[in-house]
Design a protein around this ligand. Structure first.
Ligand code: SF4
Length: 315
């Protein structure tokens, strides 16, 4: 038997589940307990197939739109948030609904509403089509939120009044790319108002900082996360930008491209905010099967954030 090659694995911390994802999953589980199956969920509760399949097995039914839900079963809105029209429609149809929008996304909704009431038009930094962006833009009437995705987009923004603007951001963006876009907004619209830094949440910020800390020490990075998970994809980009030559997004161990990892001596592992730790452990076990692994946890922050579930489920 040939000896396995040595490999130093640097495990980023924090990684994986954030408080908003944890709360959203609990909400679905508690709703099934309270009302029995099926409980309908509008959109993937969090962007992870493993989590969604687990909840489906317990009695959750995932749909994309409210009109796919019967009126006599409860419906849950995903952690990403929903346009205002969605709960309004659920109320009109007299449905029981529970909003699992992450409180940090709701905070951005409140910010947008406040600026709107002050008569400001909003510029949102975010990714077109992402459910969080659709939800946040849907808090205000059409035309009140202009979306920008890049620094280049800023040059093409045509607001109603350049002196009456505010900016907000998606919570799961790249911290560094967003800072560049905000700088461009401030340069073009000096009167624009916004949050002190940005609306990127603690979990996104911490996971990116942990990847930056390990990137210079690793030959390759595996990010456990779903292809439609914004914060996971950002971790891949952050890893590359911070100096790691090869970064791969993997949903699970079976996705690992072993050929691309040939010859490496060090490997970073992290997970997006919607990826459960069991998938990280599977990835590390798969790496252990091929390499003589030594694991070092690189912790750059400690997280103690916890969000309560809505009162209706606590009763
Ligand atoms: Fe909330 Fe951030 Fe987690 Fe999104 S990534 S659910 S905003 S804590």
């Amino acid at each position: 038997m040939t000896a396995k090659p040595p490999l130093s694995v640097y495990l980023a911390a924090p990684r994986g589940f954030c408080a908003g994802v944890d709360r959203a999953v609990k909400i679905v589980e508690m709703a099934i307990e309270k009302w029995g199956a099926p409980v309908f969920v509008r959109h993937e509760i969090v962007h992870n197939r493993f989590v969604v399949d687990g909840l489906r097995a317990k009695g959750a039914v995932f749909v994309e739109e409210l009109d796919e839900c019967p009126t006599d079963r409860p419906v849950i809105f995903s952690a990403h948030g929903v346009p205002k029209a969605v709960p309004a429609e659920a109320e009109r149809r007299q449905m029981i609904y529970v909003d699992a929008t992450c409180p940090l996304v709701s905070k951005v909704h409140v910010e947008a509403e406040r600026h709107h009431q002050d008569g400001l038009q909003m510029i949102m930094v975010g990714h077109r089509g992402h459910p969080e962006v659709l939800g946040t833009m849907g808090q205000l009437p059409q035309g009140e939120v202009i979306l920008v995705e890049t620094v280049e987009d800023v040059a093409h923004v045509a607001p109603r009044d350049p002196d009456r603007l505010a900016w907000i951001t998606q919570t799961t963006l790249s911290v560094d790319d967003t800072a560049d876009i905000v700088d461009a907004l401030r340069a073009r619209f000096p009167a624009i108002v916004g949050p002190a830094k940005d609306d990127i949440c603690y979990a996104t910020t911490n996971r990116q900082a942990a990847v930056k800390a390990i990137a210079p020490r690793i030959d390759a990075l595996l990010v456990v996360g779903a292809p439609n998970s914004s914060n996971s994809r950002r971790l891949v980009e952050v890893g590359r930008t911070a100096g790691c030559a090869y970064a791969q997004l993997v949903r699970e161990a079976a996705d690992i491209d072993w050929r691309a990892l040939e010859g490496i001596r060090s490997l970073g592992v992290t997970a997006g905010a919607s990826a459960p730790e069991v998938l990280v452990n599977e990835v590390i076990d798969a790496v252990r099967a091929r390499y003589d692994v030594s694991v070092e946890i690189v912790e750059t922050a400690q997280e103690r954030v916890e969000f309560k579930v809505p009162r209706v489920l606590r009763a």
